[in-house]
Design a protein around this ligand. Sequence first.
Ligand SMILES: [Cu+2]
Length: 414
Amino acid sequence: MKLLKDRIAKWSMVGLLATFAATSFYAPNASAHGEKSQAAFMRMRTIHWYDLNWSKEKVKVNDTVEITGKFHVFEGWPETVAEPDTAFLNIGIPGPVFIRKESYIGGQLVPRSVRLEIGKTYEFRVVLKARRPGDWHVHTMMNVEGGGPIIGPGKWITIEGSMSEFKNPVTTLTGQTVDLETYNEGNTYFWHVFWYAIGIAWIVYWVRRPAFLPRYLMVEAGRADELVSGGDKKVAMGFAAATILIVIFAMSSANSKYPITIPLQAGTMRGIQPIEMAPPTIAVKVEDASYRVPGRAMRMKLTVTNSGDKPVRLGEFYTASVRFLDSDVYKDTSGYPEDLMADDGLEVSDNSPLQPGETRTIDVTASDAAWEVYRLSDIIYDPDSRFAGLLYFFDDAGSRQIVQIDAPLIPSFM
Ligand SMILES: [Cu+2]
């Protein structure tokens, strides 16, 4: 018998060690953070993020990083996503590895939800302060009430230093400066421990005596009254009175220590200013669009009319955070996330300058591993095979026009 027990103990130990060993070698590096698994057509047809810029790629604890850019709320917003009447400009990070110092849409500070209008383009700016050392994949994102998280492009940012150095000072309107990282921590601890201790004291008072069987039997025998003595009743009254007194006293002392307090500030912000976009002088008609299954590219046939006064060339096609560039026309210098960037992923059948007044039908192929890595190819599983994106045309002076396109995207299998 003893031998058997020893054996069980021994093998349990071996099992435990094996489990430990296995799990400690397993260190997954999560490199996409939610967006890949979302329906491809939703990512293409909700919010288009562009002109993104990250002020730094490496920061020290307490330093700030600024993310700026624009987003366009797509006209053909999907039915299954509630309209962004109540939306919140968020940042996608694994917990507060940064804190958000400030965030703006259209120059307006937006600590609350905002109302966005479909079809409009907005400018945003988020200021993050580094808190926890590590390599973090930082996404801009928009939370839409009734719709879910709409995740923008993510970029790796490295934080160096030690979290113990992190400070989050804020000066109140009552004139004191506090560190939000630790402010009121001791007070919270004190009151919770205090009340917890009183709860324990009450139970301990009673369980010094036998708690269950003798009492049960006494109650069964009809002698319940003998279980609670006169002294017990005094103690009970003492607890009750002390509790009420402490609550009243503590409340008034909290009021006198913090005489000026306000309720939580809340409520959706309306009237967020969109960017006034001049209507483009270029018109694009999508004649047809398709993608190979399986494959890493999509193809479109576009009829482009230039009614402006300068010759233009197509430099970029953007869809669902992925940017396809024709490097002959345009090169990115913003440090856009590499995995979302196809530096030369845009192939145009004839990308010679399109003269003012000219109309041309071109074949455009957007191809890159990102199409598959970010599962835009998974549009084959979606209940709505339509895509949407932005086309960027440049004139020879480098000035840009953005044209939104949107059309059915038909798979081809052969
Ligand atoms: Cu990510």
